[in-house]
Design a protein around this ligand. Structure first.
Ligand code: TA6
Length: 306
């Protein structure tokens, strides 16, 4: 029996919740958790602690995954909600992976349970190991807790298990599925100051909703604001609430960057936008020994795009 199939048997024996949580092999033979409530379904890759899909009953999928996504160890899955940690963006050293290493490692299942309303909660964990120590010489426990009701709640809990203070940045780098890029706008960040990552200008102020007509890569800082993704094509609004975050990243690669990414279709920039609940830029988290920080995003769908 392959290691994966053996893992699946073990995972289901220990963590399956009848009619609410089951593990099966996904692309690349990665173990995938299938979560179900009466209101929605979601899937989570054990690799990367990575939510791949969230679909409320009878609605269009809320999350987007590239048709060219790669499922191999050491490579981040392009789409869903990559866990960016313990640094956001390119690292100080060219030898270190962009956006940290948490999304490029196999995690473990910490626990699974049903809430009183029969909705599933799945907890995955990543602890420091020989590989992580080479990249980031600190002891930690990192947990992703996924709660599926009619909304999707994802909590990223960082704990410093070492003996000295550490600083980290990160994000829940959510890729949203949209009807078409010309059909969407993002509200909630109006009058917010942001860093344009393409120019380095951090003095810009958002005027009104965000529309997309070119590559867009912005860190809105000093902002605890919730966002709404309006989609006239799907006739819906997606509400992105957050806690434990003072920065929101908005990204669309547009034409040229889409072409430069091997795991991203040339035309796929028309089908997605990223709204990332983050601790990025100046929003740096310091953890004293034994201290924890929770970064939370809650995603729900409202009918009608206005
Ligand atoms: O969150 C926006 C961003 O930092 C962009 O600059 C772009 O690099 C994107 O993340 C994707 O990064 P990745 O390492 O996943 O290709």
């Amino acid at each position: 029996m392959s290691i994966i199939l053996d893992t699946l048997d073990t995972l289901n024996a220990q963590h399956e919740l009848p009619n609410a949580l089951h593990f099966a092999a996904g692309p690349g033979e990665f173990p995938i958790a299938h979560m179900r409530s009466e209101h929605a379904e979601a899937t989570v890759s054990v690799y990367g602690g990575h939510v791949l899909s969230f679909t409320p009953k009878g609605k269009q999928p809320v999350l987007w995954v590239s048709n060219l996504a790669e499922y191999r160890e050491g490579k981040a899955i392009r789409g869903g909600i990559p866990v960016i940690w313990p640094w956001f963006g390119p690292s100080s050293s060219p030898d270190l992976p962009s956006h940290g290493f948490a999304r490029n490692q196999f995690w473990s299942i910490e626990s699974s349970r049903l809430q009183d309303d029969n909705t599933p909660v799945l907890e995955l964990v990543l602890k420091d190991n020989a590989s992580s120590q080479k990249l980031w010489p600190h002891s930690f426990t990192l947990k992703v807790v996924i709660t599926l009701t009619n909304c999707l709640k994802v909590e990223l809990i960082s704990t410093n298990t070492g003996s000295s203070a550490v600083t980290c940045t990160g994000a829940l780098h959510t890729y949203f599925n949209i009807s078409a890029i010309e059909n969407v706008k993002i509200s909630g960040l109006d009058e917010g100051q942001y860093l344009d990552q393409l120019t380095g200008d951090d003095t810009l102020i958002q005027a009104g909703p965000i529309h997309f007509e070119a590559e867009t890569d912005r860190i809105y800082f000093n902002s605890s604001a919730d966002c709404i993704l309006h989609d006239s094509g799907f006739d819906r609004r997606v509400l992105v609430e957050k806690r434990g975050s003072q920065s929101t990243v908005v990204w669309n690669p547009w034409i040229d960057k889409a072409k430069r990414m091997g795991d991203f279709g040339d035309e796929e920039y028309k089908q997605m936008v990223c709204i990332e609940t983050a601790n990025a830029g100046t929003d740096v988290i310091t953890l004293e020994p034994g201290e924890s920080h929770t970064l939370t995003t809650c995603i729900s769908v409202l009918d009608g795009d206005n």
